[in-house]
Design a protein around this ligand. Structure first.
Ligand code: AMP
Length: 419
């Protein structure tokens, strides 16, 4: 029996994997330009961090976590998202005692035991940006803008930005009560009825048509915002408009994580079917306190790398013509030539020229096939006669033109040709 990657997971292979790497870099490029520093946190954390930080009533915590005891009996969980870990790290290392906001970005694997389908995986990749410790609508606008710029830098034109405000601890409770009252009057199954009492906003996020149909007249949080939240939201919108960011107000936008307050937003792409969200985020003013820290009003996003690649595919932006793996390919003929070629290839790499050679004692024909497959522009053919003459045959694989070059000069000659 041969092994398969576990259900809901997959492998990125060359040459596509190179593009995935480039996508990841591009998505966070704007944040890095805005002074966000790189943070790496463990792939697993204390289970309680997510239980408290993401929220017991969320699907993520109640159904989707990969939780296991370690050998000493500690309960650990593979991270399902990045924000709770970033806040934990900031508090643990006292970064919030320095200049605020603390600006951080991350990139890494996330794990959720979800129903696997196209665009929804159990192991997926996110990049994230978080700005912690400031309550300023300009910071919300910056974070949203940086996400929009990340997608735009990849050439994507079909990404839409939806925004909403979820209110704060002043106005959210009144809205919550109004929403609960409305929801209690609907015809819903037992699980959903239970959800009304624990986390009614999540019911608005229920994708089932029979539920959506009943939600038409549901009270909207935007109509219940207090004066402070209202003017904050207006300012965020005005700053986005002034920066030329196109957005759509979506009064029904709520998100699956408990910690959001005020600004929430999502980036969606219409070419992806049901899993249309390519990124999302918002303000999470209460999270630090939920984790035992001081008040630390913060805002951030996470963008889905895998779905962004799917969106690029949908827009025809993925170029699958494999670029050359290396620039130069060595074809040694005989043992002595192989030893010399090994050194030559090493020298080329040290000089910044990417190079590979035919391994496994292949003959001329097999080795030249390897040269073609590598995508190299040049082949270096070294036989016994060449060795005796301290020379090598340099073949341009695009023109089939072949010249003899002294071994002592070939690195310099190739450096000149490939740059
Ligand atoms: P969230 O952390 O749920 O706000 O998700 C942020 C982004 O991560 C989403 O907009 C998706 O692009 C991506 N994402 C979330 N869950 C998955 C998943 N199961 N598979 C692939 N991408 C995901």
């Amino acid at each position: 029996m041969s092994f398969q990657a576990p259900k809901g997971t997959f492998d990125w292979l060359p040459p596509r994997s190179e593009q995935v790497l480039a996508v990841r870099e591009a998505l966070v490029g704007p944040a890095r330009l805005a002074g966000y520093g790189y943070i790496e946190t463990p792939v697993f954390e204390d289970t309680q961090l997510f239980a408290r930080g993401v929220g017991e009533s969320t699907d993520i915590v109640s159904k989707e976590m990969y939780t296991f005891p370690d050998k000493a009996g500690r309960s650990l969980t593979l991270r399902p998202e990045g924000t709770a870990s970033v806040v934990r790290a900031v508090l643990q290392h006292g970064l919030h005692n320095g200049q605020l906001p603390v600006k951080l970005w991350y990139s890494g694997s996330q794990f959720r035991y979800e129903r696997a389908q196209k665009g929804r995986y159990r192991h997926f990749w996110q990049v994230g940006a978080e700005a912690l410790g400031s309550e300023d609508p300009a910071l919300d606008a910056e974070v949203v803008l940086l996400g929009a710029q990340g997608f735009a830098s990849l050439g994507l034109t079909g990404v839409r930005l939806l925004i909403n405000s979820l209110g704060d601890k002043t106005c959210r409770p009144t809205y919550r009560a109004a929403l609960q009252e409305f929801l209690r009057g609907l015809d819903l199954d037992a699980d959903t009825r239970a959800r009304i009492e624990i986390n009614p906003l999540r019911v608005l996020d229920d994708k089932r048509p029979e539920v959506q149909a009943q939600l038409t007249g549901a009270p909207l949080v935007i109509d219940h915002l207090c004066a402070a939240c209202k003017s904050y939201h207006e300012e965020v919108r005005a700053l986005l408009s002034a920066a030329g960011v196109a957005y759509e107000d979506d009064p029904r936008l709520v998100r699956g994580l408990d910690y959001y307050t005020r600004t929430t937003f999502e980036f969606v792409h219409d070419g992806l079917g049901s899993q249309s969200a390519v990124g999302g985020g918002g303000r999470y003013d209460g999270l630090s306190e939920m984790l035992g820290g001081p008040p630390l009003p913060s805002v951030g996003w996470a963008l889905g790398v895998d779905r962004t690649v799917l969106a690029m595919e949908a827009e025809g932006l993925i170029d699958d013509t494999a670029p050359g793996r290396v620039q130069v390919y060595g074809v040694p003929l005989g043992d002595e030539a192989r030893r010399r070629m090994f050194l030559l290839v090493t020298e080329l790499r040290q000089a910044g020229v990417s190079a590979d050679l035919a391994y496994g004692g292949k003959g001329l024909k097999g080795a030249m096939k390897g040269a073609d497959r590598s995508g190299a522009r040049f082949a270096l053919i070294l036989g016994e006669r060449d060795l005796a003459a301290q020379a090598v045959q340099l073949k341009d694989l695009t023109t089939a033109e072949q010249t003899e070059v002294p071994l002592a000069q070939v690195v310099d000659v190739l450096k000149g040709k490939v740059q």
